[in-house]
Unconditional design. Structure first.
Lengths: 230, 183
């Protein structure tokens, strides 16, 4: 955990990326300030998820710059990017994307264990976050036996456990019913707000987008519109 | 809103005077337009004439004179009939956003810019509603959910409108609409 500076949390400048012949991002620029909640919206295939993956350093864009907490992600090698992600970034992907060989508890404790925390303390923190996330099944369960909604609760607990500077979330409540999704989103944004954590939310759900401070709308790989909501 | 029936429902919890009814109404529907005093008294007068409510007593209690109303058997029946019937579907074609969008398209105004501004306005309102604490009151929460659901339906319609306007633009780029057809 680090003290969060007032410099932009994330700066993307002219980011371009394509998968074979499919162009996903065509010169996207985006700045996210510390503590800000930004919703990235737009029709299917507009480049939302690619933008999130590029911002989180999961995808290395083919052109443009991505600076996360002042580090130029495009200039870092994979071990350095992984190190930065592990310490500063929480990621919630669409279907949870948990480590299949680890139990629910181990998955949530993983960011703390990799960061050198004691196992007992990591498990205690993981249990507490699972509880707050409303995970009500056995914590020894392997991810393959979880429902979509349970996996998302685990993914949110894992994203929050180490107190990251920024959380990237791709449809974090997409597999959940309305009330469960609302509670999980309130937990995610409430915990982020308490710690000044920035959140970038990719969503096609207007009610989820309405929780953001700002909406960035993509179309055909470009920023179509930006709107301040607060 | 069916003000008559809402006033009957407010009186279902016990006799009350106009001020109580206005206060309870505004607490039940905190995000709706507040009920005007004039509307409360006009409604009570109408309901008294039709035999749905009756004057129970007139209290002064050191302040202005206040007439306390209670529900009659007929009023109880009317309330129960009203709650047994589903509400009629909204006449959405009369919605202001539809009128404005259609007017923008028909008059050649910048429809995309209008739709983007409208989307922001709707999202801001939705944000205000979702940011307010629910105070653990399921009835208040449900009234708010209804507003949010309507805003969400409007937003989905706005997104569709953006797609249709964009599709119409690219179609007209490829094959311009004959002048007679665009009139």
């Amino acid at each position: 955990m680090t003290s969060h500076s007032a410099a932009p949390m994330l700066e993307m400048i002219g980011v371009e990326h394509a998968y074979r012949r499919t162009v996903a991002l065509r010169g996207v620029s985006l700045t996210v300030e510390p503590g800000e909640v930004v919703a990235v919206t737009g029709p299917s295939g507009c480049g939302k998820s690619t933008l999130l993956h590029a911002a989180a350093g999961i995808v290395r864009p083919q052109a443009g710059a991505v600076r996360l907490l002042g580090h130029d992600l495009t200039a870092l090698d994979e071990p350095a990017r992984t190190h930065l992600r592990r310490r500063e970034v929480g990621i919630v992907l669409q279907f949870g994307q948990l480590v299949p060989d680890l139990s629910v508890l181990e998955n949530v404790a993983l960011p703390l264990l990799l960061d050198g925390h004691e196992r007992a303390a990591a498990y205690t923190a993981a249990t507490a976050w699972l509880d707050r996330a409303g995970f009500d099944a056995e914590v020894g369960t392997p991810p393959a036996e979880l429902s979509g909604g349970q996996a998302q609760r685990v993914a949110v607990a894992r994203a929050l456990v180490a107190g990251p500077a920024v959380i990237f979330a791709d449809e974090p409540t997409g597999s959940m019913d309305t009330i469960g999704g609302e509670q999980l989103l309130e937990l995610l944004l409430g915990a982020a707000g308490e710690r000044g954590t920035a959140v970038v939310l990719v969503t096609h759900d207007n009610v989820v987008a309405a929780h953001a401070d700002r909406e960035v709308r993509l179309r055909d790989g470009r920023v179509e519109a930006e709107a301040v909501l607060r | 809103m069916a003000t008559n029936e809402v006033v009957l429902a407010l009186l279902r919890n016990g006799p009350a005077h106009g001020y109580d009814l206005k206060r309870d109404h505004d607490a039940w529907f905190p995000d709706a337009r507040p009920l005007a005093f004039g509307q409360v008294y006009a409604t009570l007068g109408r309901l008294e004439r039709s035999g749905h409510v009756e004057v129970l007593e007139t209290r002064t209690e050191g302040g202005p004179e206040r007439t306390v109303y209670s529900l009659t058997e007929r009023g109880e029946q009317q309330l129960s009939d009203w709650l047994a019937e589903p509400a009629g579907p909204a006449a959405s074609s009369a919605e202001e956003i539809v009128r404005k969008t259609v007017a923008a398209l028909r008059t050649g105004a910048d429809t995309s810019a209008f739709l983007a501004r409208q989307r922001t306005a709707h999202l801001r309102r939705m944000r205000e509603l979702t940011a307010q604490p629910a105070n653990g009151d399921p009835a208040a929460r449900l009234a708010r959910d209804h507003l949010v659901a309507h805003l969400d339906a409007d937003l989905r319609w706005l997104d569709l409108a953006v797609e249709r306007v964009a599709a119409g633009r690219s179609t007209s780029d490829r094959s311009p609409v004959p002048e007679e057809a665009s009139r």
